[in-house]
Design a protein around this ligand. Structure first.
Ligand code: CA
Length: 673
C-alpha cells in the first residue's frame, strides 16, 4: 500500500517565514524534484502510453557550449528557468521557445582546474519572485524572475584560496535558500548554508566535518565527529562536501542532504576511523541547522563513495507498518530505505551487480566489508568511480510505487593508493597514484559496463524491470500519470518507456548525449516535455573504457508536444583538425613520461589516454597549437576558453613531454584511420 503525501502548500504567510509552493495540478514545475518529496512524478496525462508515439519536437535552441548540461528546468507561468555550462542562467518562453533573458555570472575560467567534474550546474530554485542559482566560483545569486537582474549576491565560500565550487541547485526550506558545495577531491571543509531568501543574510551554516580542534568546535555534532578522525585532518579540509542530493520535509521541518568522500580517499592515509560526517546521509532542523540524525552509508569511506545522490521521500507500508521513508540509490551500490523521522535503517540491498568491496549490509545497515579491501595496495573495486548510481535524479511513480533509477552494473575502479599524501592546494589530494601493472590489463579486458533504466520496488527490495541502455551513462528520470517514464542516454537518444513494464514506446535523437532530467508542464492546456541535451559531467569528460559509444556535441534545450514536427538540423560536432602523422624525434622514454604527466594533470578533463569528449580531444590538435603548447599550458593563452594556466603545477620540460605524448597518440589514431 502506498500513501501519497499531500504537497499542496499554500503561501499564506509572510515571505520570510513561509514555504515555497509545489503545483498539485502539474501545470507548473516549481521545484527541483517538482514537489517537496522529490518524486519527479507529474499528474499530467495528456501525453500518455497510448499516444506518445506522436510526440514530436516543438522547438529547440542551441546553448553555445560543448560542456555538460545537468540542470532540471523549472517552469512557472509558462516560463522555463534553467542553468547551463559555467553557471549561466536562462529564462525561455516555454511555448514559443523565445529567450526572455539570460544571466552570465562571468565565472573566471582561470580556476577551471578546481572544478573536478565539468563546469556543470544542476538548476535554479524559484521563490518570492526570485530565481536563485549557485555559481562554480561559490557564489549564490538571487535574480529578479522577470528581468534576470541580480537582487543580491553572496560569496558562500569561507576561504577562496581553497578549491570550493558549487554545481548543485539551491533548495528552498522555511524561507531560506539552502546551498552546499563541492571540492572533496582537492580538500576543503564541506558545509551547507541557509540564506534568507529576501536579504541574502546567512541564517545558519552546518559543517559536515570538524575543523581544527584548537579553534574549538562549533557544535556538539562537530565535537562528536572529531572523535572519528585522526592525525591533522583539518589541514586537508576533511571533505564531506554536500554537492548534490538534498530534500526537505515541511511537515517534519527537516532538511536532508548527503555528503561526499573524506579527504584523502583512503582510510589508512587518514589514520583510520569513520570520518564523520563524510559519505553520510544527514537530517538537520531547517529552523536552525542543528543535527537531527545521521546515517553513514560508507563509514570510513575508502572508495570515493559520496552519499550525494538525489533522494526520494515516500510513505510506504513495509512489514505491515506505514513508514515515512527517505530513499537513496547510493554510489556504493546499495539502495537504502531509512525512516526520515529518526534516521533508522529500515532496509538496504544491492541494486547493481558485481559489488566487491562489501558482501552486504548488517542489521543496522552498516556495510560488511570484504577482508583486506582497505589495505594500501592496488586493486579493482566495484562499483567504480561513478558508482552504481551517481547524481542523476530518480523518479518515484505515484501510480506504480516504483523508483526509477539510472543504474550501472559492472563498473570498476583501479584503486592504487600511495603510502602517504601531503596537502597541496593546487592539486587533487585523494592519495591515488598512477599505476602500471596487470590490473590495468584486467580493467581493459573487463566486459562493457551495463547501463540501464532500473525500476526498483523499494518494498519488495528487488527490480520490477530493467530497460538496458547501449551506453553506460543514462540521464535523470521523469515519471508521469500517463504511465510513462522519460529518460535520455549518453548516446543522445531521448526515450519514453511504459512505466508499468519498461517497454520502449518512443524515442528521439537529440544529437548529443543526455544526462539531465526532463520535466513536463502545461501551457494553455497543452502538455510539454523539456530536456537539456549536453554530454559531459565527470564520466563524460573522462571517457572511460567500456562506457560505450557516447556522443559529445553542442548542447541544446529541446521541447516536445504531441503531433509537432519542428525542423531539427543541429550543427555537426567536429574536431579541430584531422589526426596527423606528425614527424617526431621524441624518445620512447619522453613519450612515456608525457603520458604519466598527462594522466595526472590533463586526463580528468581531456579524457583517459587523450581520448577527449566535451573538452578538446587532443589527438586532433593542430600543428600550430602543438608548437604553442607552452603558451597554452603555462601562460594561459586559451584561459578565456576554459583552459587555465598550469604554471603552478607544471614546468616547460613537462610540456615538452606532454607534446611528445600527444603527437604519439595522434600518430596512433591516424594509423587506425
Ligand atoms: Ca567524490
Amino acid at each position: 500500500m502506498l500513501k501519497i503525501r499531500c504537497v499542496a502548500l499554500l503561501v499564506l504567510c509572510n515571505v520570510s517565514t513561509c514555504y515555497a509552493q509545489s503545483d498539485p495540478s502539474g501545470k507548473d514545475w516549481l521545484m527541483h524534484g517538482r514537489s517537496y518529496d522529490d518524486h519527479r512524478f507529474s499528474p499530467l496525462r495528456e501525453i500518455n502510453d497510448q499516444n506518445v508515439a506522436t510526440l514530436g519536437l516543438a522547438w529547440s535552441h542551441e546553448l553555445d557550449t560543448t560542456r555538460g548540461l545537468e540542470a532540471t528546468p523549472l517552469v512557472k507561468n509558462g516560463i522555463l528557468y534553467f542553468t547551463g555550462a559555467w553557471s549561466v542562467v536562462y529564462a525561455y518562453d516555454a511555448k514559443s521557445g523565445k529567450l526572455r533573458w539570460k544571466f552570465d555570472p562571468k565565472v573566471s575560467r582561470e580556476n577551471a582546474y578546481f572544478y573536478c567534474c565539468d563546469v556543470v550546474n544542476r538548476g535554479v530554485a524559484l521563490f518570492a519572485g526570485k530565481v536563485f542559482a549557485g555559481t562554480l566560483d561559490g557564489h549564490l545569486v538571487a535574480l529578479n524572475e522577470n528581468t534576470g537582474v541580480p537582487e543580491w549576491t553572496v560569496n558562500t565560500v569561507e576561504n577562496n584560496n581553497r578549491a570550493y565550487s558549487i554545481t548543485s541547485a539551491p533548495r528552498i526550506a522555511r524561507g531560506n535558500v539552502v546551498i552546499g558545495n563541492a571540492g572533496s577531491e582537492y580538500g576543503v571543509r564541506g558545509y551547507v548554508s541557509a540564506y534568507d531568501a529576501e536579504t541574502g543574510k546567512l541564517s545558519w551554516r552546518f559543517y559536515t566535518v570538524p575543523g581544527n580542534p584548537a579553534n574549538g568546535f562549533e557544535s556538539k555534532a562537530m565535537e562528536e565527529a572529531a572523535k572519528t578522525w585522526h592525525g591533522d585532518w583539518w589541514t586537508f579540509g576533511g571533505g564531506g562536501t554536500p554537492w548534490e542530493g538534498m530534500t526537505y520535509d515541511p511537515d517534519l521541518d527537516l532538511l536532508y542532504f548527503g555528503t561526499g568522500n573524506p579527504t584523502a580517499w583512503y582510510r589508512e592515509l587518514r589514520g583510520g576511523g569513520n570520518s564523520l560526517y563524510t559519505s553520510c546521509i544527514l537530517a538537520v532542523h531547517a529552523k536552525n541547522g542543528e543535527l537531527a540524525w545521521y546515517f553513514q552509508t560508507t563509514p570510513g569511506d575508502n572508495w570515493d563513495y559520496d552519499a550525494t545522490q538525489p533522494f526520494v521521500q515516500a510513505d510506504l507500508t513495509i512489514n505491515g507498518q506505514l513508514r515515512k521513508t527517505i530513499m537513496q540509490a547510493n554510489k556504493n551500490g546499495f539502495f537504502y530505505v531509512l525512516d526520515r523521522q529518526t534516521g533508522e535503517f529500515i532496509t538496504g540491498s544491492a541494486f547493481v551487480d558485481g559489488i566487491n568491496w562489501a558482501k552486504g549490509l548488517d542489521e543496522k545497515g552498516r556495510p560488511i566489508e570484504n577482508p583486506g579491501v582497505t589495505e594500501l595496495k592496488a586493486r579493482l573495486i566495484s562499483p567504480g568511480p561513478f558508482g552504481g548510481h551517481n547524481w542523476t535524479p530518480m523518479a518515484f511513480g505515484d501510480s506504480t510505487g516504483l523508483v526509477y533509477v539510472s543504474a550501472k552494473s559492472g563498473t570498476f575502479f583501479l584503486h592504487a593508493p600511495g603510502s602517504e599524501v601531503k596537502y597541496d592546494p593546487d592539486r587533487w589530494n585523494h592519495g591515488l597514484i598512477s599505476y602500471e601493472g596487470p590490473l590495468s590489463d584486467q580493467l581493459m579486458a573487463a566486459p562493457p559496463v551495463r547501463g540501464e533504466l532500473l525500476a526498483w520496488d523499494p518494498v519488495a527490495e528487488k527490480a520490477a524491470w530493467h530497460a538496458p541502455s547501449p551506453v553506460a551513462e543514462t540521464g535523470g528520470v521523469l515519471a508521469t500519470a500517463g504511465n510513462l517514464v522519460f529518460q535520455g542516454r549518453g548516446d543522445g537518444i531521448f526515450v519514453a518507456y511504459r512505466a508499468t513494464d519498461g517497454r520502449q514506446l518512443w524515442s528521439f535523437d537529440a544529437g548529443t548525449g543526455i544526462i539531465a532530467a526532463p520535466v513536463t508542464y502545461s501551457v494553455d492546456d497543452e502538455q510539454y516535455v523539456t530536456v537539456l541535451a549536453g554530454w559531459g559531467g565527470a564520466s563524460g569528460l573522462i571517457s572511460f573504457h567500456g562506457y560505450g559509444p557516447v556522443k559529445p556535441g553542442y548542447g541544446r534545450v529541446l521541447t516536445f508536444k504531441l503531433n509537432s514536427h519542428a525542423r531539427f538540423a543541429p550543427p555537426v560536432y567536429k574536431h579541430e583538425s584531422p589526426p596527423a602523422k606528425f614527424t617526431t624525434d621524441a624518445s620512447p622514454e619522453l613519450i612515456k613520461k608525457g603520458g604519466t604527466i598527462y594522466g595526472g594533470n590533463c586526463s580528468v578533463c581531456h579524457g583517459v589516454d587523450a581520448i577527449g569528449g566535451p573538452v578538446a580531444d587532443l589527438r586532433y590538435l593542430s600543428r600550430a597549437k602543438l608548437d604553442h603548447l607552452e603558451d597554452i599550458v603555462l601562460r594561459g593563452a586559451l584561459s578565456k576558453a576554459g583552459m587555465p594556466s598550469f604554471s603552478k603545477i607544471l614546468k616547460a620540460e613537462d610540456v615538452d613531454a606532454i607534446r611528445a605524448y600527444l603527437i604519439s597518440r595522434s600518430r596512433e589514431l591516424a594509423a587506425q584511420k
